[in-house]
Structures are given as C-alpha cells and as structure tokens.
Design a binder for this molecule. Structure first.
Ligand code: ZN
Ligand code: ZN
Length: 175
C-alpha cells in the first residue's frame, strides 16, 4: 500500500493514522522466496512536527515460514515491526544520497508500506532457524526426517581426507 503524504505535509501539528494492510504474500530476498503465513495491518502514525519534518511510527507483525536449517521443515517465524523515524521532507533525493539516508520507502510524497515491511523483515532476519533446539536433521542417505523416526541407513560416510591418503599410499607402492 502507498500512503500519500502530501495532505499531512500541509497540516502542521496534525497527526494522521492509517491502518495499512500488507498485500505481499511472500518475502523475497537474495536468500530465496518465503511464504507469509500470517499478517496484521501495519498501524502507521504520521505527525507533522513542522518545518516539513514528519515523525513516522509504524507497528505491525508478519509471520514468515522459514525452513529449519537442519530438517527443512517450515518454521513460522514472527517479525514484529516497530519503527520510529523522522522524515525530513525538505531533503532532496540528492541530499539523501549524500547523507547516506537509507530510507528507501519514501519516494517524493508517497510512503511505500510494502517496502517498509520488507526492510524490517530483512533487518531482523535470523542467522539460524531451527524447528527445535535439538533438531536431529535429515538422514543424508534416504532423506528421512530423523525427528519423526529413525532409519536403517549406514551414515558412516567415508572421510574424503582419508581417501586422499590412501591414494598417495597406493602410488607409493607402484614406484
Ligand atoms: Zn528441524
Ligand atoms: Zn536414512
């Protein structure tokens, strides 16, 4: 959803409140595409503090299904969105680039709620996702989820370093 900031920008001292629905159904990043399984509208509060400065407050929650690092089972992960930011609407695009301003969700007079939510998820993306602390992962041979039972596979995968050593050994014998 795009929020037009031009009206509030002309009303010094006033506050505008918007319940912005989140329209995206998946979160996409370099890491891949992840379905959004639950979302709440984002409460946006914009206050005109004068001198073309807007105070922005955003609150919401989005739940993304992220596969467990070990067994790949989807883990519903909730991202709480809470943001407070001052938007200097006097700043030109050039000024913002110069100041290394990372507010990429405001273009001209419109605020892109989807971009704001995307940023918040990206910033809080977990380093590691596990379905449970002691997840047993999947069997490297048959792919069975070892949390759901055990299989009879021989999981003693030969160490590749040992293979190199035995290779050298056999060459030595040939001399
Ligand atoms: Zn797991
Ligand atoms: Zn197996």
């Amino acid at each position: 959803m795009l929020i037009d900031l031009s009206e509030i920008l002309s009303l010094e001292g006033k506050t505008q409140v918007v319940e912005a629905p989140v329209s995206m159904d998946s979160f996409q990043s370099k890491l891949g595409t992840f379905p959004i399984v639950e979302k709440k509208p984002v409460s946006i509060r914009i206050t005109n503090s004068g001198k073309k400065v807007l105070k922005l407050e955003a609150d919401g929650a989005v739940t993304v299904a992220i596969p467990c690092d070990k067994c790949l089972k989807d883990v519903p992960t909730t991202f709480t969105i809470h943001l407070e930011e001052e938007l200097d609407m006097k700043a030109s695009k050039e000024d913002r680039i110069k100041d290394l301003d990372e507010i990429n969700y405001v273009t001209g007079c419109s605020l892109d709620v989807e971009q704001l939510v995307h940023n918040e998820i990206l910033i809080h993306w977990p380093l590691r996702v596990l379905c449970k602390e002691n997840c047993r992962g999947i069997c490297p041979v048959c792919g069975m989820n070892l949390n759901e039972g055990s299989c009879d596979c021989d999981q003693s995968v030969p160490d590749p370093r040992m293979a190199v050593i035995s290779d050298i050994f056999s060459k030595f014998k040939e001399v």
